[in-house]
Ligand binder design. Structure first.
Ligand code: ARG
Length: 467
């Protein structure tokens, strides 16, 4: 029997069963089966609302409750599974309930609900659970970045803009700069939860229910914080799903930015870091190779998550109210996003936790590329030279150094004076990486006290979210 035949949810007004081609196209149970436990939770809540409104006796409620719990056990231990002939998770589970309860009692459960309000509720419940899993993985990643920042405290490295040497920074500052976007991703998940935890159950197919079932009871049973306000919006909208896909893609994009640096830093030319054997791979032909595959996969999978998001957005674009079957296409992209992040994050966190930093090389390169030139200009400003002039004087100094193959601190006193009488020998006081970093004490700067503040702020944030 094909989906839509006599054992399905909608066969009776049709003369014959659906074509095999339709059944194959229509079928979603191979991917929506992962929502089974939420479907059963929805049914358990729904029968309470049916009972409260007088559609079930106490005995029927008790018996349906026991039977749904038995069905859940069978789903969990694998003794009940979807069949080739089941169209979707809802149909398969109704079949399962009827197998246990008989058609008389089992047939009562469908009153006052539609697969449209069911699926809109289940996807929210699933994503809410998964958002907790992802948040935990993100917290672990932040912890690793924070620990590395603390372990490598005081190590200077080149800070870059336009990928050119710009100003020296602390390695810890750089690592923490990768932690803050992740902290914001966690905030985004928290904010998203407010919108996600409203229950569409009770919206029916589109226009609401005639049976007087209490949607607040259902929402409370499902652990959701309230109910949606418009039954058409409830069944038609998937912005909550799209927003989740956006946050998931942003997580991956944020990882991909550090991934790119790790790939570059591990090259012989940079030699900033060494990857741990446990978190890098070899080559099948080149015996000497040690490859940053985790970072590359993070970079690659960010593209995949962007695809999940844009695919879903394209599905929603121009879709008229209310439910359309197109909406069945909402699930695979977010399932893929969830699966991808849950396998990617532990590997990425492990790689970052085990990176070994080549401190000597980072320190050696910190002043390269005249990265202390801004310190000269700002020293001049402190001598009351207008910044415009200070910039020009420093530019001349850099140009002199380039022509004579000297570092900034190596320019003799007479030459300094010749470039500008304002450039007294005292300027050399600021021409050290250490002095430069120490002087950047402004809010959020790279000076050690500001970095220590960030570490404790991030630690507090992690502790608060974990509590
Ligand atoms: N499998 C469907 C989906 O994911 C469930 C809702 C079906 N509704 C319908 N009217 N055919 O969207």
């Amino acid at each position: 029997m094909s989906a839509g035949g006599a054992n399905s949810l909608w066969g009776s007004r049709f003369e014959g069963g659906p074509s095999d081609a339709l059944a194959a196209l229509s079928r979603s149970v191979h991917f929506d089966w992962r929502l089974a436990k939420y479907d059963i939770a929805g049914s358990l809540a729904h029968i309470k609302a049916l009972f409260q409104a007088g559609y079930l006796t106490t005995a029927e409620l008790d018996s349906l409750t026991r039977n749904l719990e038995e069905l859940l056990r069978r789903v969990e231990n694998g003794s009940f599974a979807a069949k080739e002939t089941d169209e979707d998770v809802h149909g398969a589970l109704e079949r399962g309930l009827i197998e246990i309860s008989g058609p008389e009692l089992g047939g009562k459960i469908r009153a006052g609900r539609s697969r449209n309000d069911q699926i809109a509720t289940l996807i929210r419940m699933y994503l809410l659970d998964q958002s907790n899993v992802i948040e935990q993985l993100l917290l672990e990643y932040i912890e690793v970045l924070t620990n590395s920042a603390e372990e490598n405290m005081g190590v200077a490295m080149p800070g870059r803009t336009h990928f050119q040497h710009a100003q020296p920074v602390l390695l810890s500052h750089h690592l923490l700069a990768h932690a803050w976007p992740v902290a914001r991703d966690i905030e985004r998940l928290h904010d998203w939860r407010k919108r996600a935890s409203l229950s569409p159950y009770g919206a029916g197919a589109l226009a609401g229910s005639t049976l007087g079932l209490d949607p607040n009871l259902v929402a409370a049973e499902l652990g959701l914080s309230g109910v949606t306000q418009n039954s058409m919006d409830a069944t038609a909208s998937r912005d909550v799903v799209a927003e989740f896909a956006f946050i998931a893609s942003l997580v991956a994009i944020n990882l991909s930015r550090f991934a790119e640096e790790i790939i570059i830093w591990a090259s012989a030319e940079f030699d900033y870091i060494k990857l741990s054997d446990a978190f890098s791979t070899g080559s099948s032909i080149m015996p000497q190779k040690k490859n940053p595959d985790i970072a590359e996969l993070a970079r690659g999978k960010a593209g995949r998550l962007i695809g999940d998001l844009t695919g879903l957005l394209a599905t929603l674009k121009g879709l008229p109210l209310s439910y359309n079957r197109d909406l069945q296409e909402d699930k695979e992209p977010v399932f893929d996003a969830v699966d991808t992040l849950t396998v990617l994050l532990p590997a990425f966190t492990g790689m970052v936790a085990t990176l070994e930093y080549n401190k000597n090389r980072l320190e050696l390169l910190a002043p390269a590329g005249f990265s202390l030139a801004t310190d000269v200009a700002e020293w001049l400003v402190k001598q009351k030279v207008p910044f415009r002039d200070a910039h020009e004087i420093t530019g001349k100094l850099v140009s002199y150094c380039e022509r004579n193959n000297l570092e900034l601190h190596q320019v003799p006193d007479v030459e300094l004076a010749e470039i500008s009488p304002k450039l007294t020998p005292e300027v050399r006081q600021v021409l050290s990486v250490d002095g430069s970093i120490r002087s950047r004490v402004g809010a959020g700067g790279t000076a050690l006290p500001r970095v220590i503040e960030q570490i404790s702020a991030l630690r507090k944030l992690v502790a608060k979210k974990e509590a």
